[in-house]
Design a protein around this ligand. Sequence first.
Ligand SMILES: [Zn+2]
Length: 434
Amino acid sequence: MNNHIKKMLRITDDNLNLISTEEANINGMNTLIIKGTYSPMPSACKNCHSSIVDREGNSIIVKNGKKEVTIRLLPYQNLPTILKLKKQRFYCRKCCHHWTAQCSIVEKNCHISKFTTLKILELLTEKISMTLIAKLCQVSLTTVLRVLKSVETQLPHQLKPRRFPEVLMVDEFRSHATNEDKMSFICADGKTGELVDILPSRKLDKLTVYFNRTPLEERKKVKFLVTDMNAAYFQLTKKVFPTAGVIIDRFHVIKHLNTAFNEFRVREMKVLISENKKSEANKLKTNWKFLLKNQLTISISEFKTWRSFPSPKYPLLTESMMIDRLLSFSPNLKEAYDSFQLLTYHFRNKDADSFFELLKNLPNSLDRLFKDKLKNLLVYETGIRNALLYDFSNGKIEAKNTHIKTLKRVSYGFKSFSNMRIRIFLINGLIKIK
Ligand SMILES: [Zn+2]
């Protein structure tokens, strides 16, 4: 019987004997209590290295009572399960040293079984809260935190010089890690998408110190830095990656163009309202998405009714005709729309020359604020040209940021940045669970 129960509990230690099992109420919870003893043969004294018996055959190491410990096992058949184990104590007659036998199912000074530790680690790689993990494994939150901390040594060490990938994606995410900086820094390999590191602050001086720990030789191997239009990262390239080129993430260029156009549309709507054309302004508001749509995907053949142009009152229109109607409300918007669409067209076609040619020679009649906003992109010409030339984008890092957001949401925020850092590495599979 003893052996069957041991097999079910996956206990392989021969010196461990199970005596009884019973159910009892502990802290208001029905709990399965397994009782056992652990009594291995005496071993040589760890203190004075005396052997078990001396030359005359007298015992030196003797058994000296038992010590009962409570070990938390994984729930069995949904029942919280504990092992009350009486461990053999030994005494060395020569040096008066006492010790307790160490059992292989738990780590030293630990009260949860190795299987429980493994289960906790496994659950830590999932996007669930630590409170839930504690509940599932029937341990305290402190235990979960301790298990999390135990793998910290496997993280890329911040103080040790390290290698960086040829293409380094950098980005930031909202973490509220420190009081001085709400945003944290994340970087990943641009080719594989593998997480490189996350740092509590995105401030330039902190980043410079961090990257400068790596010898210049290694840093020179970084060929490209993929980033959004954040001037700080340009400074970073100059300071710590002197041989790297900057690639502006393509998504952010499109976003910039969209924002410029949207802002202008809102200004034009205000003009319409001031001219008592509230209905027109509203139609522009409701249909803003259609104006940003890639012209190549706009339908010119399917006639239907539209929310802003309902059927009996208006004839059936194609998507393209509907957009023309919207633009007819404001000639200025129509002009801006044409420039905006042509710019995005060249950009999507990866035609850098046409894109910058147009950007440098925007029509004079175009709204000044709109034009200025577009012309901001000229500052990043090299980076944008690189973006159209090389196929790297920040897409993979944006996906990681989404993971972090999910994790933050399920955990109701993070109290400690270092704990979050360990979990992000765990979730990304960068810490191997043994
Ligand atoms: Zn001894």
